[in-house]
Write a protein that binds this ligand. Structure first.
Ligand code: SF4
Ligand code: SF4
Length: 481
């Protein structure tokens, strides 16, 4: 008797969904989407009611008119794609990335100082993890150059690397930013590499000369901005409590009008009372002209006044869904939509990502603070507890390995049976630390939300692939996937 004949089949691990009247599955072990044809759907439904062995299924298919060869091929295909499985399925653990995983992006916190006092700030607010006492407030040129050298030396064979400038408020150290762009461009060219730059700013210090420099050097810009004045000014305030909208509005308009070489993005932090996502989107996209707008609920412990409670998150979801529907309408007309929360997930689905870790922190991405301390990402910069070495002495491989082992999806028990894990992998390490005091804790407070949102994006992906598949190709090309 062959091994095939003795198989007893049951459905594999997948999440199924409908889009445009068609049935799809998101196959978890592969992180891939497949459309089910009638025969595959029938077999899956059949196995949902009761397991069946190979001969039984063959007999059923043949009695329905399949030739023996076609039926055997069909079962073979479904088995090899893991849509149906047999025997004891030992979940293949996602491998640990190699210890010398090449660096791709370095986030340089040019300063830990800021001219705003946003109530929810993860750097200065009540949930801060940074311990900047006794450390430099501004990065100096020597540390900055050493950081660039570090990036180039730690990036292995990568052809292209990336620097993101960050703060505090990044533009409070604009002279250094200019020097770094010149130095890094020269060093990358000498090494035969490509390098590109981006920065995040609160926009208060933008001037025509800075905008010209950013545009000339193709530096991508993300502006932290929370919407129209009544919403933005709630928490994005100066030290005296005055809202910052009026200061930044003309500067943002000038940035969007005059920076012509890269898309300009707005990044919105949602907080209690700042949850009208659709109105915020309309203002930032249509009134101000941002190319893309991305939203994230504030990272905070749940007892802060500005944290969003469960009904609030439900409201956020409804708004997300409304913009997601609009994203789909645009895609079916072949047009790009600026709601980046959908775009980012669609990009991951196109690439078939299957994450061992929720993000690149501590892996292909690292942060470096004004002191030269290396951190898993910008949010951990200046935190002694989370430092992974120093630019002068190199990466502390032991600490890095510990951080990555804790953060690996295999270490998060609750994620083992979750169908959303190829995309979520347990969620942000920083948020996990703020909520649970452990960077490797799964972000369990968001699971239902994450799964519902992932399902929404899968349906969009399915509908576009059914009705306008060329758009996915155009999208991939535009996003350089
Ligand atoms: S954190 Fe929750 S949603 Fe994310 S993979 Fe784990 S169980 Fe799934
Ligand atoms: S740990 Fe969180 S904040 Fe840092 S890169 Fe990952 S997702 Fe972003």
């Amino acid at each position: 008797m062959t091994a095939t004949a003795t198989r007893t089949y049951r459905p594999g691990e997948f999440h199924d969904f409908e889009a445009s009247g068609r049935r799809f599955v998101y196959l978890v072990p592969a992180g891939a989407v497949f459309e089910l044809d009638g025969a595959a759907e029938q077999i899956v439904e059949r196995l949902r009611t009761k397991e069946a062995d190979h001969d039984e299924l063959m007999a059923e298919l043949v009695s329905e008119g399949y030739s023996y060869t076609d039926a055997d091929e069909l079962l073979g295909e479904l088995y090899h794609s893991h849509l149906i499985v047999s025997g004891e399925t030992v979940r293949e653990p996602l491998a640990n990335p190699p210890a010398d995983f090449p660096l791709q992006s370095l986030v340089m916190n040019l300063t830990n100082q800021c001219n705003l006092s946003c109530t929810y700030c993860y750097e200065f607010g009540e949930d801060k993890v940074a311990t900047p006492e006794g450390k430099p407030k501004f990065m100096d040129l020597e540390t900055a150059k050493a950081s660039v050298d570090f990036l180039l030396s730690q990036s292995g064979d990568r052809r292209a690397v990336h620097i993101t400038f960050f703060g505090g408020e990044t533009l409070m150290n604009f002279p250094l930013l200019k020097n770094v762009v010149a130095y890094a461009s020269e060093k990358a060219a000498e090494a035969g590499r490509e390098i590109d730059f981006s920065l995040t700013t609160n926009a208060t210090l933008l001037t025509p000369a800075i905008i010209e420099f950013l545009s000339e050097n193709r530096i991508g810009v993300t502006v932290s901005m929370d919407g129209p004045p009544d919403l933005h000014n709630k928490l994005r305030v100066f030290a005296n409590g005055r809202g910052s909208y009026d200061i930044i509005e003309p500067r943002v308009r000038a940035l969007i009008a005059n920076h012509r070489t890269r898309p300009i993005t707005a990044r919105v932090t949602l907080t209690s009372g700042v949850t009208d996502v659709v109105r915020i989107y309309r203002h930032l996209k249509q009134d101000l002209g941002f190319h893309e707008v991305g939203f994230a609920p504030v990272t905070t412990s749940p007892d802060r006044l500005y944290s969003i409670n469960e009904p609030g998150m439900r409201g956020v979801f409804e708004h997300f869904r409304s913009l997601a529907d609009e994203w789909l309408e645009f895609a079916l007309r072949g047009e790009m939509h600026g709601f980046s929360n959908v775009s980012d997930t669609i990009a991951e689905l196109i690439q078939g990502v299957n994450k061992s870790h929720p993000c690149g922190a501590g892996l292909g991405l690292m942060g470096v603070g004004p002191s030269g301390d290396i951190a898993p990402c910008h949010r951990f910069v200046d935190s002694d507890v989370h430092a992974l070495g120093n630019i002068a002495t190199g990466i502390d491989r032991e600490k890095q390995s510990e951080f990555l082992t804790r953060g690996h999806v295999n270490s998060k028990y609750d994620c083992h049976t979750c169908w959303a894990r190829p995309l979520c992998a347990g969620g942000c390490h920083h948020e996990a630390f703020v909520r649970y005091g452990d960077t490797g804790h799964a972000n369990l407070h968001y699971c239902d939300w994450i799964r519902e949102w992932t399902d929404t994006c899968l349906r969009i992906y399915g509908a576009v692939s059914a009705q306008n598949p060329q758009f996915l190709e155009q999208f991939a090309e535009r996003k350089a996937l």
